[in-house]
Design a protein around this ligand. Structure first.
Ligand code: TRH
Length: 381
């Protein structure tokens, strides 16, 4: 009998919660043959990243995953053998009660946010007994070292990327209505939150000595782009030139097509969690915008990833990456954007080679799906 897993996803904002749980659910089904139910409280957000999702269906099967609308009152449900509560979303009371009378009780795991900070390894796997029910919840921390929960990446990801680069690039660009890149062109994807550093970055790109084509899936950054261009609005299909910069607005892509965009571009601006991991696995340079948190906790996350990421780079290239990421994230000690961009451009070749090596290094950290399955199987024994 296939083990049964329930994953609960409460969409708070943006696409990270659903993006990560959907990728996880697909991976558990495809790579581990598990029977997975994914409970989601916002099917509209889900449909944005996966258009095959029907927003009004109570239950549907997609990519082998049983997708269930998480609505209240919660229907009477026999819990899975493994229950994943994503990012501390509280499970429905009736479901918790059903878990507590199950024998043996389900393995209950809280999947945490990814961080490169050193404390993650110490907290990974820690138990937390429920205050009154006979249940224990375990904290599972993804991370960048083998002693954490690892990273969410498919076993065949690198192979799929290589096949795409070999066979599918021209068709991919045509599908987006774009020509193949010119020889000296830099093709950049931009996925970002509202960002005070954006206009200085666009100014630097417009003043570049070589052509830059920036591809922007529709989203939160569009109003700022429109303001910089002095146009009333922007929508998918729009394109504008300013100096060396050609801007294209793309439709929001499905999750797999977004991977293709990351693989096809020379440089990717990404944000949050999932797109950041995907951009690292794309073996291309990236610039990360951390999800803004109260008390500027995200600056610690940024520094932690930066110090791991630039570790293997020669000093000047490391400084260029460090400065550009810090400037993009609004750190007060960062140099102005114009000089950050110039320094990054001057070290571009070294940074590109480093990105290829880093993607290989990520493969040694361990994969989140494998580690979750090992963890749960050990507890089920
Ligand atoms: O959308 P995000 O900003 O999500 C964030 C983070 O996860 C953050 O940690 C969390 O606290 C917050 O949400 C609530 O960025 P992220 O994590 O990169 O998720 C975006 C998802 O959207 C990812 O799975 C990729 C996907 N995506 C597409 O499918 N198509 C697209 O065109 C784009 C740009 C993204």
């Amino acid at each position: 009998m296939r083990a049964t897993w329930d994953i609960f996803c409460n969409v708070i904002d943006n696409y990270g919660d659903i993006g990560i749980t959907w990728r996880l659910a697909r991976g558990l089904v495809r790579e581990h043959g598990l029977a997975v139910r994914l409970w989601v409280d916002d099917l509209h957000a889900f449909q944005r990243i996966w258009p095959a999702i029907a927003v009004d269906a109570d239950q549907q099967t997609c990519e082998g995953v049983r997708v269930c609308a998480w609505r209240m009152p919660f229907p009477a449900t026999e819990p899975g053998q493994v229950v994943i509560e994503a990012f501390g979303c509280a499970l429905p009371e009736s479901y918790l009660t059903a878990m507590s009378v199950q024998s043996p009780p389900p393995v209950w795991i809280n999947l945490e946010y990814l961080s490169a900070e050193p404390w993650v390894a110490e907290h990974h796997g820690l138990p937390s007994p429920h205050p009154c029910l006979p249940l224990t919840k375990y904290f599972f921390f993804p991370g960048y070292t083998p002693d954490t929960g690892g990273l969410l990446a498919e076993a065949e990801l690198a192979e799929r990327r290589r096949a795409f680069l070999r066979d599918s690039m021209p068709a991919f660009w045509r599908g987006l209505g774009l020509e193949a890149p010119q020889a000296d062109e830099l093709r950049v994807s931009l996925f970002a939150y509202e960002n005070p550093a954006l206009s200085a970055l666009l100014d630097a790109w417009a003043a570049d000595t070589r052509p830059i084509r920036c591809l922007v899936p529709e989203g939160r950054v569009i109003p700022q782009l429109a303001a910089w261009l002095s146009v009333a609005g922007l929508q998918a299909g729009d394109t504008h030139r300013r100096g060396a910069l050609q801007l294209h607005i793309l439709p929001f892509l499905d999750q797999d097509a977004y991977d293709h965009l990351l693989w096809a571009c020379d440089l990717n601006f990404v944000r949050g969690e999932d797109s950041c991991v995907r951009a690292q696995a794309a073996a291309r340079p990236l610039v990360w915008q951390a999800y803004p948190q109260a008390g500027r906790a995200h600056w610690d996350k940024l520094d932690a990833l930066l110090s791991r990421y630039v570790g293997g780079l020669p000093r000047e290239a490391a400084q260029a990456v460090d400065d550009l990421w810090r400037c993009w994230n609004g750190l007060p000690d960062a140099p102005p954007m114009g000089s950050c961009w110039g320094a990054w451009r001057a070290r571009q070749g070294t940074i590109e080679a480093h990105a290829r090596g880093w993607a290989v290094h990520l493969g040694t950290v361990g994969r989140l799906t494998d580690k979750l399955v090992d963890f749960a199987e050990n507890k089920l024994k």
